[in-house]
Design a protein around this ligand. Structure first.
Ligand code: DAH
Length: 340
């Protein structure tokens, strides 16, 4: 049997040399290694080999199967790499790719948020955060907003089944921060989403973006509020910008103001645009926070502070002359490409 095996091996390896396509290689595999292949047939002869020769013949069988199998694999690989080489012939793989899409750009809302945050950080404000799913306490009660205030109405606010709500403003971060800080002063800003059950139109979305600010210490004055925000809006709109504080009402500040900036457009009459709400933190807010904290860090007799809140979407619209707020969320590249 040994000479037969040697012969089969040399015959198979010689045959392999002439095979140059996948089908003939597969036929080869079936002819030699398949169930009815010649090597398989020879292996069956093992049972007639006398016991004293079994070891030698067995080893030979393995050697031949090994040689044929690896010969076949080598041939398959050679064939594949020849095919690959043919496929990339004439292609310079070191050439840089051709851009299929334009390069992306920063969303105008992100740009204005970053500018606002950077400007306020220069004045010592640090970033703060709070959850978008809020309790009534943090969104309303602690902010001195009575139970019958229209903002608390089901028709204005998204309530969850468990009584919590989607925050209607970022002012809740004022409470979250004051409830947890260890010392004064508190000087924070909190950009983030706010939710209202508004009818969606050119100036309203049910999800929009605000930026909240809070400064609490001893002896914080209305002068500090005015100086800080005038400086801020001149940084945003330019150094000539005229800012005015118009008395208003918010439950959580006293006194309260709305801030208008005077916008001058070439060839047009200048106009006042309402841009933010602000005021001196109402002592009732400090009292509410003190109740949760159980200490007197925010003793209403000792501390004072100012707060402000502005709409970032609105700010972006004014700065860029965007007339429909929905553009900001539609992700239309024809719109966004203008800010690249
Ligand atoms: N939370 C107010 C709103 O959403 C905006 C605001 C007004 C925030 C006055 C303040 C503030 O911090 O002092 O309309």
């Amino acid at each position: 049997m040994l000479p037969q095996l040697d012969q089969l091996k040399s015959e198979a390896l010689a045959a392999l040399e002439n095979l140059s396509d996948e089908t003939s290689l597969e036929n080869f595999r079936v002819a030699y290694l398949g169930k009815k292949g010649s090597l398989t047939a020879l292996s069956a002869g093992m049972r007639d080999v006398p016991p004293d020769q079994k070891k030698e013949v067995g080893a030979k069988l393995n050697e031949v199967r090994e040689a044929i199998t690896s010969g076949l694999t080598a041939r398959q690989l050679a064939l594949q790499s020849a095919k690959d080489a043919a496929a990339v012939q004439g292609i310079d793989v070191t050439l840089p790719g051709r851009p299929g899409f334009g390069t992306g750009s920063i969303h105008p809302l992100t740009t204005i948020r970053d500018l606002a945050v950077r400007t306020l950080r220069r004045m010592g404000f640090v970033l703060a955060d709070g959850p978008e799913i809020e309790t009534e306490w943090h969104c309303f009660d602690a902010l001195n907003t009575p139970a019958d205030h229209p903002a608390r109405n089901e028709s204005d606010t998204f309530y969850l089944a468990d009584g919590r709500l989607l925050r209607t403003h970022t002012s809740s971060v004022q409470i979250r921060t004051m409830e947890t800080v260890k010392q004064l002063p508190v000087r924070i800003i909190a950009p983030g989403a706010a939710y209202r059950r508004d009818e969606i139109d050119a100036t309203h979305l049910s999800v929009f973006n605000q930026l909240e600010g809070l400064f609490v210490s001893e002896n914080v004055s209305l002068g500090d509020l005015k100086g800080t925000l005038e400086f801020f809006f001149r940084e945003i709109f330019g150094p000539q910008t005229v800012v005015r504080f118009r008395p208003h009402f918010f439950p959580f500040t006293e006194p309260s103001f709305e801030i208008d900036v005077k916008l001058e457009a070439k060839g047009k009459e200048s106009r006042w645009i309402e841009i933010a709400g602000c005021g001196m933190v109402d002592p009732a807010v400090f009292a509410a926070v003190s109740k949760t904290r159980g200490d007197n860090l925010f003793d209403p007799e000792k501390v004072t502070g100012f707060a402000f809140g502005l709409g970032l979407d609105r700010l972006a619209m004014i700065l860029h002359g965007i007339t429909d707020i929905r553009h900001l969320i539609e992700n239309d590249v024809r719109f966004l490409g203008q800010f690249a």
